[in-house]
Design a protein around this ligand. Structure first.
Ligand code: PLP
Length: 265
């Protein structure tokens, strides 16, 4: 008879996000990254997109009751150690998720997904203002430059502007903000982490690739997995940025369009 191994209890990360049928971004990227980070991934799917590496064909937002039911089912049973949010699609979903994140009382990484790399909108424009209340619940908010500009009114084209945008998000109630520099032209990518106490700059050489699909999801999930393991925020952000640096080097050529980052490096 085979001996039963001792049970393992990994920390649970709940990903509240959209499904990307192409597997490169969304909850698919979240789950692969969370599991690679030694945590256990659970999901509440907000929206189902039909997409592949060439773009988004269609989007179906789930009824808020169904999203709520998924969160309740997970949270009443599993011991959620961290939560991450991705594509939330509408103002109603952003509002529902704000309540769920508030009730969860676990570290929350908010990736304010607005537009896919293919240019397709993943958040209704009238939902942008609803993010204000969700940001107030964030342990960390991870906007790219375009999202930071929408959320703060500061277009972070320089390091100083990224810092200012981050400070505005902290003033708005987030514990910390990581303003990502991947969309800002330059030889180096500069990500700026602003917390209530300090500013940390992460600078790394730009990888020459267009296969960046899923990079935001991968980064926010990697950070959530580290937070679930108990890392402090600055260490978790640094580990997530290092992981993404490897993920874009080992990208995946899996379709006709630009490929995706490698989630499990
Ligand atoms: N969530 C879903 C469902 C998506 O389809 C996408 C992009 O297409 C994203 C999130 C954001 O992806 P990225 O990690 O490239 O910012």
């Amino acid at each position: 008879m085979t001996r039963q191994e001792a049970p393992v209890t990994p920390p649970v990360v709940l990903a509240i996000a959209g499904s990307d049928s192409g597997g490169g971004a969304g909850v698919q990227a979240d789950l692969k990254t969370i599991e690679a980070g030694g945590a256990f991934g659970a999901t509440a799917i907000t929206s189902v997109t039909a997409q592949n590496t060439t773009g988004v064909e269609s989007t179906h937002v789930l009824p808020t009751e169904e999203i709520d039911a998924q969160c309740e089912a997970v949270c009443t049973d599993l011991d959620v150690a961290a939560v991450k949010t991705g594509m939330l699609a509408t103002a109603e979903v952003v509002e529902l998720v704000t309540e769920q994140v508030r009730d969860l009382n676990a570290p929350a990484v908010i990736d304010p997904v607005m537009v896919a790399a293919s240019g397709d909108r993943l958040l209704a424009s009238e939902a942008e203002s609803a993010y204000e209340r969700l940001i107030a619940e964030a342990t960390l908010v991870t906007p790219n430059a375009d999202e930071a500009a929408v959320l703060t009114g500061v277009n972070p084209e320089s390091e100083a502007e990224a810092r200012e945008a981050g400070e505005r998000l902290v003033d708005a109630g987030a514990d910390a903000a990581l303003v990502k520099g991947g969309h800002v032209p330059g030889d180096d990518v500069v990500d700026v982490l602003v917390t209530g106490e300090r500013v940390e700059t992460f600078r790394h050489p730009r990888v020459d690739t267009d296969a960046t699909h899923g990079s935001g999801c991968t980064l926010s999930s990697a950070i959530a997995a580290r937070l679930a393991h108990g890392d402090d925020l600055v260490d978790a952000a640094g580990a997530g940025i290092d992981l993404l640096g490897r993920a874009v080097r080992y990208n995946l050529d899996v379709g006709e369009g630009p490929g995706a980052v490698h989630h499990a490096v």
